[in-house]
Design a binder for this molecule. Structure first.
Ligand code: DOR
Ligand code: ZN
Length: 353
């Protein structure tokens, strides 16, 4: 006989270790969704131009805070965008001052707004030395950019050809492999964690736990399910689910919520990104519930991330409740097109307060 699953669940307030807030009107529209569920979020720096300096990070942080509703306490954790010419002193100073929590590595042209990314890791070896010596984490978009490599293989090839040599050269560097999508990534992170605990973490998005590559073409092409790294075969989705519900230290929550206007998504050349912040904890709760693992959600969402980043857990809580299927509305952006959230078609069966 299976044990009945609970209809509500109170958790230490979770954090989102990977978000895109953008800027201006879209930032105003999306920040309240993340701030209402999460205590903190790691904010991606891929603006145009990217966030590369302490002063740019400080003013971006102020703009984010100005968009947080008054009755909510929310702490955006800023990241620096690594380029071929990043000054290691600027990063170290920003880290020391508590302005930068981490550094984001985009291989040049891997994804949205990544043209300023790193063209060859050897160009930033001096910066990585410095980060290693001060314990500053490197957050990695782990995909090779070689157009001859099949898009579904780009993460696995990155791990073998870039990440393994990187770890060989920087054994003490603290790394988060962001938005993992493959069985190979799960295995790599699990093994690395076993041999060097605290040196590696991995974020997992809600959408990669819910969709596989076939879903992108279910009944027609679905641009709102296109993101990078792209969703993979079913066996990879199942490996991600197993990792997330394991409650094991290196795996933690990172939505990679990435809003683009509907016209930018539904286009001749649609942008990569899934906007999930309005349904973030609802979606993770649904996955953990389907796996009969709701008791592991707190480790994944609220404990493992702070433990990796050396931060305290949040002091307050949130409560998730099972509900009738609720619809998920488009989000309007002042003066621009709406943004389409993840699960807008399916609806959600959990609510958060
Ligand atoms: O799908 C994605 N969207 N993947 C990324 O890596 C970037 C993000 C964005 O900024 O839109
Ligand atoms: Zn991202």
């Amino acid at each position: 006989m299976s044990t009945p699953t609970p209809n509500n669940l109170t958790l230490i307030r979770p954090d989102d270790w990977h978000v895109h807030f953008r800027d201006d009107a879209i930032l105003q529209a999306v920040v309240p969704y993340t701030a209402s569920q999460f205590g903190r979020a790691i904010v991606m720096p891929n603006l145009m131009p990217p966030i590369t300096s302490i002063s740019a990070a400080n003013s971006y942080r102020d703009r984010i805070l100005a968009a947080v509703p008054e009755d909510i306490s929310f702490d955006p954790l800023m990241t620096a965008y690594l380029t071929d010419t990043t000054d290691s002193n600027e990063l170290a100073e920003g880290y020391e001052q508590g302005v930068f929590t981490a550094v984001k590595l985009y291989p040049a042209n891997a994804t949205t707004n990544s043209s300023h990314g790193v063209s060859d890791l050897h160009n930033v070896y001096g910066v990585l030395e410095k980060m290693q010596s001060i314990g500053m984490p490197l957050l990695i978009h782990g995909e090779v950019t070689d157009p001859t490599i099949d898009i579904f293989d780009r993460e696995a090839v990155f791990i073998e050809t870039i990440l393994q040599p990187l770890i060989h050269d920087f054994r003490e560097l603290r790394i988060v492999l962001e938005h993992v999508t493959t069985e190979e990534a799960v295995e790599f992170v699990t093994d690395r964690h076993a041999s060097a605990p605290g040196k590696i973490g991995a974020t997992i998005t809600a959408h990669h736990l819910m969709i596989n590559r076939t879903d992108i073409f279910r009944g027609g092409i679905r641009p709102h399910l296109y993101c990078l790294p792209i969703a993979k075969r079913e066996r990879h989705r199942l490996a991600l689910r197993k990792a997330a519900i394991s409650g094991e230290g290196p795996f933690f929550l990172g939505t990679d919520t990435a809003p683009h206007s509907i016209s930018a998504k539904e286009s001749n050349c649609g942008c990569a990104g899934i906007f999930s912040s309005p349904v973030a904890m609802q979606a993770y709760a649904q996955v953990f519930d389907e796996e009969n693992a709701l008791e592991k959600l707190e480790d994944f969402a609220s404990r493992n991330g702070p433990a990796f980043y050396g931060l305290p857990e949040n002091e307050d809580t949130i409560t998730l409740r099972r509900c009738e299927r609720n619809s998920v509305d488009r989000v309007s952006v002042s003066g621009e097109d709406d943004v389409m959230p993840f699960l807008a078609e399916e609806g959600i069966i959990w609510s958060v307060n």
